[in-house]
Design a protein around this ligand. Structure first.
Ligand code: G16
Length: 544
C-alpha cells in the first residue's frame, strides 16, 4: 500500500466543544482541515495497528467525502477493520451500539447534530471510545493539544470505495466492512421493549402517531422499527429520507423547528402521540395530544415508570441529569431510594457513571434521554420507551405526566436562548455574573430571594476528574433556580442559555403555561444578566 506523508501546518481552532469539533462546512473544506484533526485523533490514540474502527455520519453535506478521506487515513495507520454504515450512514446511538457490539477500539461520527447542514451549514466530527461513549474531556483536550503542533499527516493513496454495497472490500491491508446501519440497533431495541404489546397498540386503531425524522438520520431507523417491525401504518414516519441539507430545515426537534409535527398535535383531529429526532438521531421530542413533554419531565417520568418495561424490570441503579436539567428526576430518585447525580452539560459526563453501574437512566434538558443500553443519548429509544409505556398504561401522554406531577410535584421549567450574540457580549455577561456571585446571597428581587449562588463545578465520583466553570447557578428561597451558561455547540458568536425553573408541589397550581408560571423569574433573570439591554434584543430567539 502506498502511504503518503503530507506536510501540513496546524490550525488553532480545533478545540472540541460540548460534543466534538463543530464548524461551518466552509471551515472543514479548507485544505487539510479535516485531515489535521483526524491525524490529531490518531496521534492521540497511539498504535492503531490491528484495531477496529466504526465510521459513519448523519448523511449531511460532506459526509461521504469525509468518510473517503478518513478511510484512507485509517488504512495508513494500520487499522485492521473499519465498519461503515451503508451509504456512510450511522445515527449517533447506532454508532455507539455498534462500537460496543463489535468491541471496536472506537468510532468516528460525522455530524453537527441538530445544526443545519448543506454547503452553508455546519459539519462536525466526534470520536467515541471503546465503551461507545463520547471521548472524555482528557481525550478531547489531548486531541486539541496534538492538533496545535502537527507537521504532517499520513494517508493511503487509494481509489475511493463504494459506500453503498454491503459486504467487504479492502484498502491495502485494511478490511472495510459496509454494514446495514439499522440491523444491530433494531435488535437491541427488541431486547429492551415489548414489541408484541406495542404492535397490539398500533393494531387497536385507538392510537395515532407521527414520527418526524426531519429529513435526517432517523428516517431509515424509524421506518424499519415503527413501520416494518411494529406495524405502524405506512406514513407514520414523516420526512423520512435523509437529505444532505435536511431539506433546508433545521433538524432540531423542538416546537420551533419541528413545526410540521407540532401542527398535527393540536386541533380536533390531533394525534395521540408525536415525536421527532434530530440530525444525528440522539435527541428526542415527545408530545401528546395538545401536550408538550418537557425533556426534564420526560426523564423523570421514564425513571418513575422504567420497571414496567422489559429491559428495566430489575429497577434502576441510579439516575443522572445535567446540571441545567430540572430537578424533577432527583425527586423520583429520592422516592425510589436510588442515587442521583448532577453532571456538567455534555453526554460524555454520564459515561463513567454508566460504565461503573452507578446509573441506569440519564438525561438532559436539551432533548436528550438515554440509558445504559448504549453510551449516547438516544432519540428513537426514548420514543419507543414512551410508546411502550402508553401501551402498558392505556392512557394518554398528558394523563401520565399530570399523574406524575400529582405524585411528585411539578417543576415548571423553561429555557430561553439568545443565539449568535456577539462573542464579547456573551463573555461580558458571564463575567459580570461571576463577579456578582459573592454578593448575591441574601439579595431579593421582588419575591425572589437568593439563597445561594455558584459557578458549577463537578468532581467525577468514578475517576475523580474535575471540571469547572460549567454555568452560573442561583437558588432562591421559593425553591426556584436560575442557571446561566454559554452554549458549547454553536458555530457563530456566543449563545446564552438561561434556564429557569420553580417547584410547585400543589396540584391545584399545576395547570399554568410555564411562561406565565415563571414570568417573575424570567424578569429576575433579565435583571441579573441584562442580556436584552446589552444585546439590543427584545426577546429570546428560541424558547423551550
Ligand atoms: C450536545 C451534547 C449534549 C448537550 C447539548 C447542548 O448535544 O451531546 O450533551 O446537552 O449538546 O449543549 P450546549 O448547551 O452546550 O449547546 P448534541 O445533540 O448537539 O450532540
Amino acid at each position: 500500500m502506498n502511504i503518503q506523508t503530507i506536510s501540513t501546518t496546524p490550525f488553532d481552532d480545533q478545540k472540541p466543544g460540548t460534543s466534538g469539533l463543530r464548524k461551518k462546512v466552509a471551515v472543514f473544506e479548507r485544505n487539510h482541515y479535516l485531515e489535521n484533526f483526524v491525524q490529531a485523533i490518531f496521534n492521540t490514540l497511539g498504535d492503531c495497528r490491528g484495531k477496529t474502527l466504526v465510521l459513519g455520519g448523519d448523511g449531511r453535506y460532506l459526509n461521504r467525502q469525509a468518510i473517503q478521506i478518513i478511510l484512507k487515513m485509517a488504512a495508513a495507520h494500520g487499522f485492521a477493520t473499519v465498519l461503515v454504515g451503508q451509504g456512510g450512514l450511522l445515527s449517533t446511538p447506532a454508532a455507539s451500539c455498534i462500537i460496543r457490539r463489535y468491541q471496536a477500539y472506537g468510532g468516528i461520527i460525522l455530524s453537527a447534530s441538530h445544526n443545519p447542514g448543506g454547503p452553508e451549514g455546519d459539519f462536525g466530527l466526534k470520536y467515541n471510545a471503546s465503551n461507545g461513549g463520547p471521548a472524555p474531556e482528557q481525550l478531547t483536550e489531548a486531541f486539541y493539544a496534538r492538533s496545535r503542533n502537527l507537521t504532517e499527516y499520513r494517508i493511503a493513496r487509494a481509489d475511493d470505495v463504494d459506500l453503498d454495497i454491503l459486504g467487504e472490500q479492502r484498502i491495502g491491508e485494511m478490511t472495510l466492512r459496509i454494514i446495514d446501519p439499522v440491523d444491530d440497533y433494531a435488535r437491541l431495541m427488541q431486547e429492551l421493549f415489548d414489541f408484541d404489546r406495542i404492535r397490539a397498540l398500533f393494531q387497536s386503531g385507538r392510537f395515532t402517531m407521527r414520527f418526524d425524522a426531519m429529513h435526517a438520520i432517523t428516517g431509515p431507523y424509524a421506518k424499519r422499527i415503527l413501520e416494518e417491525q411494529l406495524g405502524a401504518p405506512s406514513g407514520t414516519v414523516m420526512n423520512g429520507v435523509p437529505l444532505e441539507d435536511f431539506g433546508g430545515g433545521h433538524p432540531d426537534p423542538n416546537l420551533v423547528h419541528a413545526h410540521d409535527l407540532a401542527e398535527l398535535m393540536y386541533g380536533p383531529s390531533a394525534l395521540s402521540f408525536g415525536a421527532a429526532s434530530d440530525g444525528d438521531g440522539d435527541r428526542n421530542m415527545v408530545m401528546g395530544r395538545e401536550f408538550f413533554v418537557t425533556p426534564s419531565d420526560s426523564l423523570a417520568v421514564l425513571a418513575a415508570n422504567a420497571h414496567h418495561l422489559p429491559g428495566y424490570r430489575a429497577g434502576l441503579a441510579g439516575v443522572a441529569r445535567s446540571m441545567p436539567t430540572s430537578r424533577a428526576a432527583d425527586r423520583v430518585a429520592g422516592h425510589l431510594g436510588i442515587e442521583s447525580f448532577e453532571t456538567p452539560t455534555g453526554w460524555k459526563f454520564f459515561g463513567n457513571l454508566l460504565d461503573a453501574g452507578r446509573i441506569t437512566l440519564c438525561g438532559e434538558e436539551s432533548f436528550g434521554t438515554g440509558s445504559n443500553h448504549v453510551r449516547e443519548k438516544d432519540g428513537l429509544w426514548a420514543v419507543l420507551f414512551w410508546i411502550n409505556l402508553l401501551a402498558e398504561k392505556r392512557t394518554s401522554v398528558a394523563e401520565i405526566v399530570r399523574e406524575h406531577w400529582r405524585r411528585f410535584g411539578r417543576d415548571y421549567y423553561t429555557r430561553h436562548d439568545y443565539e449568535a450574540l456577539d462573542a464579547a457580549i456573551g463573555q461580558q455577561i458571564m463575567d459580570r455574573l461571576v463577579g456578582q456571585l459573592e454578593r448575591l446571597p441574601g439579595q431579593s428581587f421582588g419575591n425572589y430571594k437568593v439563597v445561594s449562588a455558584d459557578d458549577f463545578s463537578y468532581r467525577d465520583p468514578v475517576d475523580n476528574s474535575y471540571t469547572e466553570h460549567q454555568g452560573i447557578r442561583l437558588f432562591f428561597e421559593n425553591d426556584s433556580r436560575i442557571v446561566f451558561r454559554l452554549s458549547g455547540t454553536g458555530t457563530e458568536g456566543a449563545t446564552l442559555r438561561i434556564y429557569i425553573e420553580r417547584f410547585e408541589p400543589d396540584p391545584e397550581n399545576h395547570g399554568f403555561d410555564p411562561q406565565d408560571a415563571l414570568k417573575e423569574a424570567i424578569d429576575v433573570a433579565e435583571a441579573l444578566c441584562k442580556v436584552k439591554a446589552l444585546s439590543g434584543r427584545s426577546r429570546p430567539d428560541v424558547i423551550t
